[in-house]
Write a protein that binds this ligand. Structure first.
Ligand SMILES: Cc1ncc(COP(=O)(O)O)c(C=O)c1O
Length: 411
C-alpha cells in the first residue's frame, strides 16, 4: 500500500494553492547553545507562529484542506486514517459539506491553533481542555472566539469527551490534536523550510513528543527531503513519557497517570504511528526531569530572550543537560556532526508568574522574598526585596541583642 509520503508532493501543491495559516519561521544559529553543545546548533523558532507554537502548521492544514475521505463515513466528522489516506480527492469546502463546528481537544496549544483556524475560516469552534490547563490559556482560547469546555484531568479524558460530542452532534468535525495524517503533513512543512534555509543536511533534529504528531510530521518531512538517515532526538519529561515507555516495551503503553508539569506533553498513550516510525527511522528517545525542563526554559530565556513553556524546555534540555554530547559519546550521533536543529516548539502555558509557580512546585526556589505590586493594567509584578522588617529573623536578632545588653548590664 502506498505510504502518506508518496502523496506529499500532490498535497504540498494543494497547501500552496490555498495559502497556509502558518508562517515560515526563522531558523538561526544559536551561539549560546552551540557553545554548550560543543557542536553547531540552529534553533527553529516555532514560538513565532501566529498561535505561539508549531501546532498551527498541522491543525491549520487539516482545517483548511478541502478533502473528502471515501470510506470515512459521511465525510463530515469522518477522520482520515493511514488506511483512507491514499484515496483522498479534493472535493469541496468543509462548510459546503455541512460542517457547522470544529471540536478540538487540547492542552492549550492545539486548541489555540484550532480556534485561530476556525476564526479565519468563519467556523465556530469548541475546545475541550483538561482541568490542569492554566486559566490564562483558557482565557486566550476564549479571546480567539472559541467556546471552551473544561473536562478531565488528563488530555486523553478530554479527547474521549470531544469524540463523544462529535458523535452526538451531526455537523461537528473532530480535529485531533496530533493523530491525523493531515496534521503530520502540515507539520512536515517545517522540514521543507529547513531544506530552503540550511546550507547542508542537518546532523540531527531535536524535538518534544507529546502525542507524537510533531515527530511524525518531521520524520515524514525528512523522508520527503531525502534525509531519511537524519536522526531525531525525541524528548519527554518523566511523568509524561508515554513514547519512551512504548519504545522500551516495543508496544503502546498507557501511563497510569500524568505527573509532569509539562502538561501539553501529557498524553497517556502516544500515537501508534510514532511507535511505528521509531522502528523505521533513527529515533533516540530521551527523558528529562521537570526540573531539567524548567531550568532549560530559564537558561534559554537568558541566552536567547525567548520564553517558552516546559514542554519546549524538555527539547532545550537535550543541549543544556549534555544529552547531545552523550549521544555522540555513545556513538549514536556522529562525532563530526552536521548542524543540530532544535525545534523551539514554543507554547502558551507560560508567563513569568507561571514560571515562578513551576519552580515553587518543584522545590527550585531558594528562600527569597518578593513584593507583589499591581501595575496600572492589573499585571502582577514581583520584585526582589529584603527580608521584611519585623519578620521572624529580625525578631530573633532583637531578642539576642536584648539578652546581650542584659548580660552586659549585670556584669
Ligand atoms: C509546546 C508543545 N510542544 C510539544 C508538543 C508535543 O506535540 P505532539 O503532541 O505533536 O507530540 C505540544 C503538544 O501540545 C506542545 O504544545
Amino acid at each position: 500500500m502506498a505510504e502518506p509520503s508518496d502523496f506529499m508532493g500532490l498535497a504540498h501543491s494543494n497547501m500552496k494553492k490555498q495559502g497556509p495559516l502558518h508562517v515560515a519561521t526563522p531558523l538561526r544559529e544559536s551561539l549560546a547553545l552551540t557553545k554548550v553543545a560543543g557542536t553547531s546548533v540552529y534553533i527553529k523558532l516555532e514560538s513565532s507562529q501566529p498561535t505561539g507554537s508549531f501546532k498551527i502548521r498541522g491543525i491549520g492544514h487539516l482545517c483548511k484542506t478541502d478533502c473528502k475521505y471515501p470510506g470515512s463515513g459521511e465525510g463530515v466528522g469522518g477522520k482520515p486514517t493511514a488506511a483512507t489516506w491514499p484515496w483522498f480527492v479534493p472535493l469541496d469546502k468543509w462548510s459546503e459539506r455541512g460542517c457547522k463546528r470544529f471540536v478540538c481537544c487540547s492542552g492549550g496549544n492545539a486548541g489555540m491553533a484550532a480556534a485561530y483556524s476556525a476564526r479565519h475560516l468563519s467556523i465556530p469552534a469548541t475546545i475541550v481542555v483538561p482541568s490542569v490547563t492554566p486559566p490564562s490559556t483558557v482565557q486566550r482560547l476564549k479571546d480567539e472566539g472559541a467556546d471552551v469546555i473544561i473536562h478531565g484531568k488528563a488530555l486523553n479524558e478530554s479527547i474521549s469527551y470531544g469524540e463523544e460530542l462529535v458523535a452526538n452532534n451531526p455537523g461537528s468535525v473532530f480535529i485531533s490534536p496530533f493523530d491525523d495524517p493531515l496534521i503530520w503533513e502540515g507539520h512536515s512543512s517545517l522540514v521543507r523550510e529547513l531544506e530552503e534555509d540550511l546550507k547542508e543536511k542537518p546532523g540531527a533534529v531535536v524535538l518534544s513528543v507529546g502525542g507524537g504528531g510533531l515527530m511524525n510530521g518531521v520524520v515524514e518531512g525528512l523522508r520527503h527531503a531525502g534525509w531519511a538517515d537524519v536522526p531525531v532526538v525525541a524528548m519527554e519529561t518523566h511523568g509524561a513519557h508515554s513514547f519512551n515507555a512504548a519504545v522500551k516495551a516495543g508496544r503502546l503503553v498507557t501511563l497510569p497517570e500524568i505527573t509532569s508539569i509539562a502538561t501539553t506533553l501529557g498524553l497517556a498513550t502516544v500515537s501508534a504511528q510514532s511507535l511505528k516510525l521509531s522502528g523505521e527511522h533513527p529515533v533516540f528517545s530521551e527523558v528529562v526531569t521537570d526540573q531539567d525542563a524548567v531550568r532549560a526554559v530559564e537558561r534559554f530565556l537568558d541566552d536567547e530572550k525567548i520564553l517558552v513553556e516546559p514542554a519546549c524546555g524538555a527539547t532545550l534540555a537535550a543541549v543544556y543537560c549534555g544529552i547531545i554530547e552523550r549521544l555522540q559519546g555513545e556513538g549514536k550521533l556522529k562525532q563530526a556532526l552536521g548542524p543540530v536543529v532544535v525545534v523551539v516548539c514554543g507554547g502558551n502555558n507560560i508567563s513569568m508568574e507561571q514560571l515562578r509557580g513551576f519552580k515553587k512546585k518543584l522545590g527550585m526556589l531558594e528562600q527569597q522574598f518578593f513584593i507583589t505590586i499591581r501595575g496600572p493594567c492589573g499585571h502582577a509584578l514581583q520584585l526582589d526585596a529584603a527580608p521584611p522588617p519585623g519578620g521572624a529573623a529580625s525578631k530573633r536578632k532583637k531578642k539576642r541583642k536584648k539578652k546581650l545588653k542584659k548580660i552586659n548590664n549585670n556584669k
